[in-house]
Design a protein around this ligand. Structure first.
Ligand SMILES: N[C@@H](CCOP(=O)(O)O)C(=O)O
Length: 464
């Protein structure tokens, strides 16, 4: 196993180097040179593994023996010991054919912890073993930032800078990031949107001399390890459902903005997990829905919604999927991405669209629909959905036939988005770690959205 770029000019990269490279040096995204296939017999044997053992098994297909077994097990153990639920990602049944997989039991109450607790520990491990300086640079629409900071705060040999869009994340998301007072953390609040933050990050990672000089490392889902760690919970949920409904075909409804979480599901399917349909749930920023329905990938006008973590126009991982859709042809993938850069649109042929629609269904959930879903699940099932999960549930209702089984990924705890929960007229009690945030001072610098400004702030942070 080694890793190659979707654009074909970077290849033969080992696992640790893939982690460190983040974005491929040719500007593409790193992917395995071949997707490992797990046989049906082996899947059967994996059914009763604990979350940690399952993670070890899935990671082992990719780590290329670069991390000794005991060290890998230890990294996994440490990473999931911080979760409040012993199952890590418990699966709850809400109706006969509908399950919710709760991904929010980690330290920052969002699914990002599943991958970023591991990646934070892995960075610390590599930094120590290889005497590597790790300067993490990331962009967030709210959840990734807090989770990445939590994963590495106070860790020796590591500095982290996170860009978030100024006043476009929820109050709790902002507090989670900016109340951290460790010296190795810098929060830049960018006057712009998440897409501006992500564009800056990608420009800086694509500048190989700059990236090398400052040892830039990625925590966003451009980093393949993010995808890999998120793949594990698809296996976990599928096996839990099989226990309840042996032989059931399983759909997954996935709230997604950057296409990372749902791409992890696609990868699990390509590895042999019998995933039926992947339902792509998004909000009014519905570029991905339009792609699945019409075969046209074109950013629209940015809208602030009840589900700010999905307020994204340009989805980072789309390029990984495009590569597979184009028959693993890097020249074509590079040409499509070049076309997107110049014309701002990708249009695929009808035969490719049929393939997309064989794998995915999609629904962009409106604001009223999102709030109505929160209200009805609270009243009818006594279950409080966060607004992103509510988009997942609304998309499940629209796209998954009633007789089919579906798992909706619950990506965050509702306490992170009280602004929206209040609008439904529901009063919630915050978990203590969230309540505590309101009394803490904040640390952040408000900056404009130019690359030059960010470089200036980074250079002063790195040379402190
Ligand atoms: N929704 C994300 C945006 C960044 O996505 P990532 O999966 O690439 O980290 C967030 O909450 O920050």
């Amino acid at each position: 196993m080694n890793f190659i770029s979707t654009r074909g000019k970077t290849a033969g990269i080992g696992f640790i180097d893939t982690v460190l490279m983040g974005l491929a040096d040719d500007g593409g995204l790193l992917i395995p040179n071949e997707i490992p296939h797990i046989s049906a017999a082996r899947l059967k044997e994996m059914e009763s593994l604990s979350y940690q053992d399952l993670a070890y098994e899935v990671f082992s297909y990719y780590t290329n023996n670069e991390i000794p077994d005991e060290d890998l097990k230890d990294l996994i153990r440490q990473s999931y010991a911080t979760f409040r639920d012993p199952e890590v990602t418990p699966v709850k049944k809400l109706t006969d054919n509908m399950y919710v997989m709760e991904l929010f039991h980690g330290p920052t109450f969002a699914f990002k912890d599943v991958a970023l607790q591991f990646l934070g520990n892995l960075y610390a491990y590599v930094s120590k073993k290889q005497n590597e300086i790790i300067h993490i640079l990331g962009a967030t629409s709210g959840d990734t930032g807090a989770s990445a900071i939590e994963g590495v705060r106070g860790k020796e040999g590591i500095r982290i800078c996170i860009l978030h869009p100024h006043q476009k994340v929820s109050r709790v998301q902002e507090l989670q990031m900016t109340t951290v007072d460790d010296e190795n953390v810098l929060n830049l609040s960018v006057e712009g949107t998440f897409d501006d933050c992500q564009r800056i990050i990608k420009d800086l990672f694509a500048d190989v001399p700059f990236k090398t000089k400052y040892h830039l490392r990625a925590i966003n889902s451009i980093n393949f390890v993010r995808i890999l760690a998120q793949t594990v919970y698809y296996f976990y949920a599928y096996f839990r459902v099989q226990k309840d409904k042996p032989g059931a075909k399983v759909n997954f409804s996935v709230p997604t903005g950057n296409f990372g979480d749902i791409f992890a599901g696609y990868l699990a399917k390509r590895m042999g997990l019998p995933v039926n349909k992947l339902i792509l749930a998004t909000n009014e920023n519905n570029i991905l829905e339009r792609f699945v329905l019409e075969g046209v990938y074109r950013p629209g006008e940015f809208k602030s919604t009840h589900s700010p973590s999905m307020d994204i126009q340009v989805a980072s991982n789309f390029e990984r999927y495009l590569y597979y859709l184009l028959g693993e042809n890097p020249q074509q993938a590079a040409a499509y991405m070049e076309g997107f850069k110049t014309d701002g649109v990708i249009t695929i042929a009808p035969e490719l669209l049929s393939r997309v629609q064989a794998d995915f269904a999609a629904h962009g959930v409106g604001g009223e629909e999102c709030l109505a879903t929160i209200g009805s699940y609270y009243r009818e099932h006594g279950y409080l959905l966060d607004p992103h999960t509510a988009c997942g549930v609304a998309a499940y209702e629209k796209c998954s036939p009633a007789e089919e089984v579906c798992v909706t990924l619950s990506t965050a705890h509702p306490a992170k988005f009280n602004e929206s929960i209040e609008l439904v007229g529901i009063e919630q009690t915050y978990p203590q770690p969230i309540q505590d945030l309101f009394a803490k001072p904040q640390h952040q610098e408000i900056v404009d959205s130019s690359v030059e400004e960010i470089v200036r702030r980074l250079e002063s942070f790195y040379t402190k």
